[in-house]
Write a protein that binds this ligand. Structure first.
Ligand code: AMP
Length: 634
């Protein structure tokens, strides 16, 4: 296949405003391509060569790309660099200068998709002392034979700034449209949620149709999209919503880890699919040592522990483990513990399809844990439950009762580093309140209530009422904290002159795939953070409003939504200038945050698509109980 077909499709997509049109463009294109190309096409549409969880990134340094553009076009680097600063888009610079060169040269070979992928892989894998020269050479070879439009996307791909706006949901819609029906869309989405590999899903459906999609399974090595919790404003409402009974667990304040344990190795993934194994090698080793099955996928929260007192420390401390260097010292200085709360796979069994209580029992059975007997109280809890007999039988089957807990495991050999979340079956609001207070005294954020009924399967990638969170913040009648993406900045005045003084913040609209603004944030920044801001943000500068941003307010500079900050606010109110939830509360106004304040926490564990969603903000607004009509002007 010629690479020009793909580049021209990108060009068409970029000019398209609506998600429907994008879906139609993709769908038409998918129907024309060979099954063996579709995987690469899907990855490249998202500016990648691999699925999201692949550890290596192309991320070619700007300087090298400028070098390649200059050496191919013959235009001096000072000129290409000036154009880059002005346009803020490597693609536009390549397009302009390769265009000039093209007018002068007559012969060049047409680029094939295979050749592009081959050279991009060479760029990705270049190592050693002359790796910079090699990367520049491989890119120059491609640029030499590119048309201006082809060059535009090559330079965007290698710098990780694709900007076509091809969200995963749009691609899934297009796959359903091209190879199945609208009714099959949930199955296709589940396949994506349990593999996190859009290219694999595309290839599977294009080769084997919807039946092949239905057969896709959870596999060790392919991270699974995490299940998320809804929120309610009181413990009493949670218990009512849960049908009078539920399991409650401490809500720990750390980093969520999904551990993929196989016979000889363990991989730890963050909630945004980064490979964190090298940050927590001690956790990985303990998990493998104490796992009683060959292969398993489990989830837990990794929490920093005070070296002297053994108490849990807040989220910020555990992020010290994300250093690139000095890991040996960090392991000593910042000890962590993993509190496991779910199991998604165990030796050939897809546990996501089992109800919560069965998963919990399987989790306990799967590990040698110190003080294991104490954990057994779960079975006592289940016995107390007034579940229908047939359901109860399931939970209390002979096997489970007699399951051979490691009576002979030598407790002294078991690491204190892996544990289970503290959990209790709760049957009344009073019990729930008491458990919540216990969680807060143990320095947790609050509690997670989990449904215990037969339908309480693990819903990969979805936020629903099978899990409901309740945090300490809610008690102070403040809303929950918000994790928001930075989409713009305003230059500061007075003491902040010459720096960014305030930021334009947005929530993620999972429906449209866009980032909708909710506040202008100028409070909670200390001097060091203000200094840090340009370093953190300027890599993501955009000359114009990024396609994925939906905003009425115009900042001094725009950013591609990438950096996520935690923000608290006094309340959510109707806003004529913010675009989140427009149409839901009022036809011509959205929702905004009043008195937003940065908490000091950069959510390095979250990508922009893991931000607080517009829907969540709408639900929180409704939970406030009073639909005020204040107009937010911040
Ligand atoms: P939030 O980030 O506020 O939406 O809360 C959800 C997060 O709480 C999850 O992604 C986990 O990282 C974390 N968490 C802490 N304790 C638990 C628990 N017992 N069960 C599930 N998630 C938990």
């Amino acid at each position: 296949m010629l690479y020009s077909e793909l580049a021209n499709t990108f060009d068409k997509l970029e000019k398209t405003g609506s998600r429907l049109e994008m879906t139609a463009t993709f769908s038409e294109f998918f129907k024309t391509v060979n099954a063996e190309d579709i995987r690469n096409i899907v990855y490249l549409s998202q500016g990648k060569l691999h699925p999201d969880f692949y550890p290596q990134e192309l991320g070619m340094a700007d300087k090298l790309v400028l070098g390649a553009i200059s050496s191919t076009s013959g235009i001096p680097e000072s000129v290409t660099e000036a154009a880059w600063i002005k346009k803020g888009d490597p693609g536009a610079v390549a397009e302009e200068f390769i265009g000039i060169k093209k007018q002068m040269t007559l012969f060049s070979e047409s680029l094939t998709l295979d050749r592009v992928v081959k050279n991009l892989l060479l760029i990705e894998n270049s190592e050693g002392r002359d790796s910079q020269d090699k990367k520049m050479k491989y890119l120059s070879q491609l640029l030499h034979d590119s048309t201006p439009i082809e060059a535009r996307y090559l330079c965007r791909i290698v710098t990780g700034r694709m900007r076509v706006g091809a969200g995963s949901m749009t691609i899934l819609d297009a796959l359903a449209d091209a190879f199945a029906t609208k009714e099959d869309r949930p199955e296709i989405e589940r396949a994506f949620n349990i593999t996190c590999d859009l290219g694999l899903v595309a290839e599977t459906i294009s080769v084997g149709g919807i039946n092949a999609i239905k057969q896709m399974q959870v596999t060790v090595g392919n991270p699974i999209k995490v299940m998320l919790a809804e929120r309610l404003p009181s413990i009493a409402q949670i218990i009512e919503r849960m049908g009078g009974k539920c399991a409650m667990e401490y809500k720990y304040d750390g980093i969520r880890i999904q551990a993929h344990i196989s016979k000889n190795s363990v991989k730890l993934y963050s909630r945004r699919l980064e490979d964190l194994t090298s940050n927590f090698p001690d956790v990985a080793a303990s998990l493998r040592a104490q796992c009683r099955v060959e292969e398993a996928i489990i989830e837990g929260e990794c929490v920093a522990i005070d070296r002297k007192t053994g108490e849990m420390l807040p989220f910020q401390t555990v992020t010290h483990r994300r250093k690139k260097h000095g890991m040996k010292e960090a392991i000593k200085e910042f000890p962590v513990k993993i509190f496991m709360f779910d199991i998604l796979y165990a030796d050939g069994i897809d546990m996501t399809l089992y109800p919560f209580v069965e998963r919990r029992i399987k989790l306990i059975e799967t590990f040698d844990l110190s003080e294991n007997v104490k954990k057994l109280h779960l079975l006592e809890n289940i016995k107390k439950l007034n579940l229908p007999e047939d359901v109860k039988k399931l939970y209390l089957s002979e096997d489970i009762e007699k399951s051979n807990f490691p009576e002979n495991a030598k407790e002294s050999n078991l690491s204190e580093q892996i544990d289970l979340t503290t959990m209790k079956i709760i049957e009344s609001p009073e019990e729930g309140e008491a458990f919540f207070n216990e969680a807060i005294s143990a320095r947790c954020e609050g509690i997670m209530a989990k449904s215990i009924y037969q339908d309480s399967v693990y819903r990969a990638g979805s936020r629903g009422f099978l899990w409901i969170k309740y945090k300490k913040d809610y008690e102070a009648s403040l809303t929950d904290s918000f994790d928001l993406a930075v989409v713009g900045a305003f230059y500061g005045m007075g003491k902040r002159a010459g720096k960014y003084g305030a930021l334009l913040m947005a929530a993620f609209d999972a429906e449209s795939g866009k980032f909708c603004t909710v506040c202008k944030l100028g409070t909670g920044f200390d001097d060091a953070f203000l200094e840090e801001l340009p370093k953190m943000l300027d890599k993501y500068l955009s000359e114009t409003k990024p396609q994925l941003v939906d905003a009425e307010m115009v900042p001094d500079v725009w950013f591609q939504p990438t950096i996520v900050l935690e923000v608290v606010a006094a309340e959510i109110s109707i806003s004529p200038i913010h675009t989140a939830a427009i149409g839901l509360v009022s036809d011509d106004a959205g929702l905004g945050l009043r008195f937003p304040r940065f908490t000091g926490c950069v959510r390095t564990d979250k990508g922009p698509e893991q931000c607080t969603t517009v829907n969540e903000i709408f639900e929180m607004y409704e939970l406030q109980g009073k639909k005020d009509t204040h107009l937010t002007e911040q």
